[in-house]
Design a protein around this ligand. Structure first.
Ligand code: BG6
Length: 512
């Protein structure tokens, strides 16, 4: 089949429009709203996936009129739109933007919100459906939810829905995540709670399930009999930028592992769910999180590595050390790099190590899942000039070059038996082009339709934190590391390489 035939598949209507609703953005003057949420809503509107009965209320502390808010957003979209902006559609869109200035802790502000929402229901036919997006500092999540509840704004009846999207970080350890879940449950049912992880908005992350379960050839070999190990990398070349304040309380482990990296782990490792229903998928994901072998303190020492970048050169530019970044204490001991080795204790993955690493100021930006298969028996090649066989490698490239590649051995033409390694490559862009996206479109759309498949359930976040908390506890009990221990622009501290070398393996470098 020629590629244009395949393209026609994606140009079919994309789906039904979302339910009528008002979306309330708490923290509307922040970065997330202007960079991601508003552009994503606009993209949904332009794909005709957003209901015509729709409105947005920006809620924030700063004083602004509806008109001033619209002007601000119209300025921001010029910078953050992911494609061209159609003036007519934009005009339609901003007529649906409203603003409410208020103190998140003030009950009166929620009374005013209630009044505005009722007006908008009348004016835009939004039917009393409300989606609250908590894009604020995490220590406000619980308060906002309590206030929404107290104002009667979380109550669902007569088919009207009320849903809350909660940004990460969801807690900072197992105890705080449990406490937050407990607070949320006082007001919201689990079906109203949408804990977001923006990695699940990435097409290539969603494609992991399709790749595994829509193709008959991979699943039979997707287990310990054929897979030697799995290596997952989420590398960033940027530093902490202006986020030093947040980051220095979090560190690489909390910031990336229980959420984004564990999403990649669970989707790679889970059993086929019995359907795409939210709970069917999440049941399988949580089983993986619970099956992650818990580490003894000795194992934490052996199987985890942390690092912090010093000054160095990234892509030819001199960059400062983490400790010299804005809002970072000059004696900070927070890690900006982490590498782990873990095992999933079930039949499918018995004795297959999962090596995970993430860090800032690494040589390149790359997120990928590399599945290393076991070597073929050498026996046939003994009397040839082939010295060793390279195992097959399947790489799911999540970003920036989205695609999938399979590496295998091929005969180098000539009279002798000599082997070369070659790549079979699929790139998303070659087949499907580029769809302008912030990565939040699908998640917002799903939430408006009540599909929680791509959101975290309470038990998932708790299971993920319980793995990470064991590591945190051991790290806390140890004396400080000698930080910085890797130069910006390198692949993390030497111990990360040692972790692999002890198993006779190596981390992958940027190769595309
Ligand atoms: C965020 C982290 O959740 O994810 C950031 O807080 C990180 O530190 C970001 O930079 C990475 O996201 P992406 O989509 O750029 O891979």
């Amino acid at each position: 089949m020629d590629r244009t035939d395949e393209k026609s598949i994606v140009s079919e209507p994309l789906g039904k429009a979302s339910d009528p609703c008002v979306m309330v953005i708490f923290g509307a003057s922040g970065d997330l709203a202007k960079r991601k949420l508003i552009p994503a809503l606009y993209n949904l509107a332009s794909e005709r996936l957003l209901s015509r009965e729709f409105a947005v209320v920006g809620f924030s502390r700063s004083e602004m009129s509806h008109e001033e808010f619209r002007e601000k957003i119209s300025k921001d979209i010029k910078e953050f739109a992911t494609g061209s902006v159609d003036p007519d559609l934009w005009n339609w869109f901003i007529q649906r933007l409203y603003y409410l200035s208020g103190d998140i802790q003030d009950p009166n502000a929620y009374q005013r919100l209630q009044g505005l929402l009722s007006e908008l229901d009348q004016e835009h036919g939004t039917g009393g459906n409300y989606l609250y997006y908590l894009a604020t500092a995490p220590d406000l999540f619980s308060q906002i939810i309590q206030q929404i509840g107290a104002a009667g704004l979380a109550h669902e009846e007569n088919g009207r829905w009320r849903r809350v999207i909660i940004e990460k970080p969801f807690g900072r350890d197992i105890e705080s995540a449990r406490a937050l879940n407990h607070e949320i449950r006082k007001v919201l049912s689990e079906s109203q709670t949408y804990r977001i992880d923006h990695y699940l908005g990435k097409e290539t992350v969603q494609n992991i399930m399709v790749f595994r379960f829509a193709n008959g050839i991979f699943e039979p070999i997707w287990n310990h009999r054929y897979i030697d190990y799995v290596q997952i990398t989420v590398a960033e070349d940027i530093g902490v930028g202006q986020r030093g304040d947040y980051y220095d309380k979090a560190g690489a482990l909390r910031d990336m592992v229980p959420n984004h990296i564990f999403q990649l782990v669970t989707l790679t490792a889970m059993e086929p769910p019995i359907s795409f229903e939210a709970d069917a998928v999440r049941d399988e994901q949580v089983k993986i999180l619970r099956a992650i072998q818990s580490m003894s303190p000795e194992e934490v020492l052996r199987y985890t590595v942390r690092g912090q970048y010093g000054e160095g050169t990234v892509k030819g530019q001199r960059v400062p050390a983490y400790r010299a970044e804005p809002s970072v204490p000059p004696d900070s001991f927070i890690e900006t790099f982490v590498a782990l080795k873990l095992y999933i204790d079930n039949w499918r993955w018995a004795n297959v190590p999962f090596y995970l690493r993430t860090g800032k100021r690494l040589p390149c930006r790359v997120t990928e899942i590399a599945i290393q298969f076991k070597r073929a028996p050498f026996v046939l090649f003994r009397k040839t000039s082939v010295e060793h066989l390279k195992p097959n490698l399947l790489v799911l490239h999540i970003q920036p070059d989205e695609g999938i590649s399979l590496n295998f051995g091929a005969k180098i033409p000539g009279p002798l038996v000599r082997l070369g390694t070659v790549d079979m490559e699929f790139k998303y862009e070659d087949y499907f082009g580029r769809t302008p996206s912030t990565g939040h479109e699908r998640l917002l759309y799903d939430c408006m339709l009540g599909d929680a498949t791509l959101f975290q359930r309470a038990d998932m976040v708790e299971a993920a934190w319980s793995v990470v908390s064991t590591i945190q506890d051991v790290w806390k009990a140890l004396p400080h590391r000698k930080f910085p221990n890797y130069a910006a622009g390198t692949w993390g501290p030497q111990e990360a390489d040692d972790l692999m070398a002890r198993d006779g393996r190596e981390w992958r470098k940027c190769d595309r």
